[in-house]
Design a protein around this ligand. Structure first.
Ligand SMILES: [Zn+2]
Length: 406
């Protein structure tokens, strides 16, 4: 089985090894097994290392590292030509040190944060996920208050500031139980690998970790959300926390500039703007009602009287569906009015309506109109609406429908 060099040294970035086997995966990529490796394969929530394998002076990129589920071997997945990697050949491996440091900061940070939640509130961590941008832990609790979140973040950062040593230890499962390990994995193993954060946390883990908590840099808790197994806490550590905070700051600065205010005043400004928009919408609605009322009066007066009803046929290039519906309602409150209305704008539409209890069928009339236009629409006997491909065709559709009113 692959001798996992990162087990005892997370800071080993280069190593020599011998090729044990080469297989091909379903996508035709070569999977190289070595007798020893510093590459971390995806497991336990931590994502894989990337890097290079050098053979006969040629460096080949390793873009993925996985664990063979059956044999437990570490598989180095190669994008390039796998033919030089014959069993027995010597290679030099190098991992991407920047990526590894980032992973160590996230993973060690997770141990500290999980321990902080456990110590303060007895919230056990049930799972850990490391993403490309942020990390999450799921805690076994139904709720977390903002105060609890801040207190756990504070304690975690204090532990980082204290720069406590982080050591790797090995113990049997029985020994681990007596040591008070935070979470013992269910699978029975000969030796458990334990990560000990001095006088703060002891946990079974196969991941790569910092030498002391100061190397984590800092922890920034982001958001919480309810999930099936409890509460999910999103966080970022170390240099990721810095780049995330920088991104947040730039977004806030841009928002603050739009309001000509300080970044801390942005929420207050947004609330103020929302209130202003609501008030403006209310005022606009009231004005439109008044305009519709006036229009209804004018149109009803000028509409020709035919067979005992008044027929209003009108196209509005700059009004919207909401307005012509409002107008149709006002017109059909009057005695024996048929209104065939259309509008242009971004959503060209038709509204057909009649004063209730008149003998026509607006729904059927609309069905015919939209069928001819190739759009959709419908309604009941007294009121129907539909779409039009453009303003011109909406206008001609109401003229067409008017011809069918006898
Ligand atoms: Zn871990």
């Amino acid at each position: 089985m692959t001798d996992r060099l990162y087990y005892t040294d997370s800071f080993l970035h280069e190593f020599d090894a011998r090729v044990v086997a080469v297989t091909t995966d379903s996508s035709g990529r070569s999977r190289i097994t070595l007798d020893r490796s510093a590459f971390y394969p995806s497991s336990g929530g931590q994502v894989f290392d990337t890097g290079w394998l050098e053979i006969a002076g040629v460096r080949q990129p390793i873009n993925e590292v996985a664990e063979d589920e059956e044999t437990n071997e570490v598989l180095h997945i190669l994008e390039g030509d796998g033919s030089p990697f014959q069993p027995g050949a010597m290679v030099r491996g190098a991992i991407d040190a920047v990526r590894r440091r980032d992973h160590m900061q996230q993973h060690s940070g997770q141990h500290v944060l999980s321990a902080a939640f456990e110590k303060l509130y007895n919230f056990a961590t049930v799972s850990f996920h490391m993403g490309d941008e942020s990390c999450t832990i799921d805690l076994a609790t139904d709720s977390i208050s903002a105060k609890q979140l801040q207190a756990a973040e504070r304690l975690a950062n204090e532990v980082i500031a204290e720069d406590r040593p982080v050591e790797i230890r090995f113990a049997t499962t029985d020994e681990a139980r007596t040591l008070g390990v935070r979470k013992i994995p269910p699978a029975e193993r000969d030796k458990l690998r334990l990560i000990n954060i001095q006088d703060f946390d002891l946990n079974a883990c196969g991941g790569t970790h910092v030498r002391s908590t100061g190397q984590i840099g800092c922890i920034l808790v982001r958001k919480i959300e309810k999930v099936k197994q409890g509460m999910r806490v999103e966080f970022v550590c170390g240099l990721r926390a810095v780049s995330t905070a920088r991104h947040d700051f730039e977004s806030l600065t841009e928002a603050a500039a739009l309001f000509s205010t300080h970044i801390w005043e942005v929420p207050q400004q947004i609330r103020k703007s929302q209130d202003e928009i609501k008030a403006a919408q209310k005022a606009q609605h009231k004005l439109l009602e008044e305009v519709a009322e006036l229009q209804a009066e004018r149109l009803a007066l000028s509409a020709p009287e035919r067979n005992g009803h008044k027929l209003v046929v009108q196209y509005f290039a700059d009004r919207d569906l909401g307005f012509i519906k409002m107008l149709a309602q006002k017109l059909t409150k009057k005695d024996r009015v048929i209104a065939l209305l259309a509008c242009g704008g971004i959503q060209p539409s038709l509204v057909f309506a009649q004063t209730p209890k008149m003998p026509h069928d607006m729904g059927a009339l609309m069905k015919e109109a939209v069928q001819a236009l190739g759009t959709r629409g419908g309604g009941n006997r007294d009121m129907a609406q539909g779409g039009a491909p453009d303003g011109d065709r909406a206008e001609s559709a109401i003229a067409e429908a008017a011809k069918k009113i006898t």
